[in-house]
Design a protein around this ligand. Structure first.
Ligand code: PMP
Length: 302
């Protein structure tokens, strides 16, 4: 069956959803997007989208910052996303990508709310990074700063920064790169937030460290409180990563991914640490619908 996508106001077969080579979205990277995961329940009967409303809210915020506009209310856009999954008859783990872009084919990079268009597609998705702890490096590229391009938005153009860092990391034999801010503090990964554990306290950089307004990060902070793990939001220095007791990355794609080493300094014994294991397990229980108190974070498809 050909995949069905939402494209500029209607559902269509994917082969009929095309944009021009002249598109400003393509030529200048004028767009913003979201990425939402859906998880199959243990009984195999349901697929639940995780924190759908918050993802669509963030897309709306990105649009507002970037002078773009969603084609409806948050509720209406949420319905479009669930409908795309339904129309593709997906009954397993899924990733949904709504993309809002500058729907204009003229020269010059101009943002204009009235020219925004939305497309939404989805795909089955398993692990994005690795179930095993990964080796990361500090990127030689700095994170784009808010004074140049708002990193708290999921702006398409900003992903050149992520792609450069990821490519450099992979060329050098690492799985992922960690960005520093221009000031030299830890910012985030190419598509993940950073947490470290030091002396029993979980630490993550503030959202003013030029990183995305993170939803998995926000989720894990709530889960840490539930588990009674002290959490502090503060700037993290580069070399604190080298001496952390544990470190993990998180994101919609990455979920909770343990870090084995940073710049070839192996953390602990190089295995997934006990805290990472604990919070990762609770996260998995939440997204799979095993925690009744957290069902409000889930939007059922079927
Ligand atoms: N940072 C960047 C740059 C990202 O693209 C992502 C993935 N959305 C994240 C962090 C993780 O954020 P979230 O948990 O909201 O998916």
């Amino acid at each position: 069956m050909e995949p069905v996508v939402y494209f500029e106001g209607e559902f269509r077969p994917e082969s009929q959803a095309k944009i021009s080579v002249r598109s400003r979205a393509l030529n200048y990277g004028l767009g913003c997007f979201a990425g939402v995961r859906g998880y199959k329940t243990d009984d195999g009967l349901q697929v639940n989208l995780f924190r759908l409303e918050r993802h669509v809210q963030r897309l709306k915020h990105s649009a507002r910052i970037l002078r773009m506009r969603l084609p409806g209310t948050v509720e209406e856009v949420m319905t479009i996303l669930t409908e795309v999954v339904r129309r593709n008859d997906i009954h397993g783990d899924v990733y949904i990508r709504p993309l809002l872009y500058a729907n204009s084919n003229e020269l010059s990079p101009i943002l204009d709310e009235s020219q925004s268009a939305l497309t939404v597609y989805c795909m089955p998705l398993g692990k994005y990074l690795s179930a095993e702890p990964i080796d990361v490096c500090i990127s030689s590229w700095r994170r784009i700063r808010e004074t140049a391009l708002p990193a708290r938005t999921k702006a398409t153009g900003g992903y050149l920064n992520s792609a450069l860092a990821r490519r450099e990391a992979m060329d050098n034999g690492y799985t992922e790169a960690i960005f520093l801010t221009e000031e030299g503090f830890v910012s985030e990964g190419s598509a993940e937030h950073v947490f470290i554990l030091r002396e029993g306290t979980l630490i993550s950089p503030p959202s003013t460290a030029d990183n995305l307004d993170g939803i998995t990060r926000n989720t894990l902070i709530a889960l840490a409180a539930e588990l009674g793990i002290p959490f502090v939001e503060r700037h993290i220095g580069r070399t604190e990563l080298y001496i952390a007791d544990e470190m993990f990355l998180c994101g919609t794609g990455a979920e909770v991914t343990a870090v084995r080493s940073v710049d070839r300094r192996v953390l602990g014994d190089g295995t997934r640490g006990p805290l990472t294991e604990k919070i990762g397990k609770l996260f998995d229980d939440v997204v799979r619908g095993r925690i009744p108190e957290r069902k409000s974070w889930l939007t059922p498809i079927w």
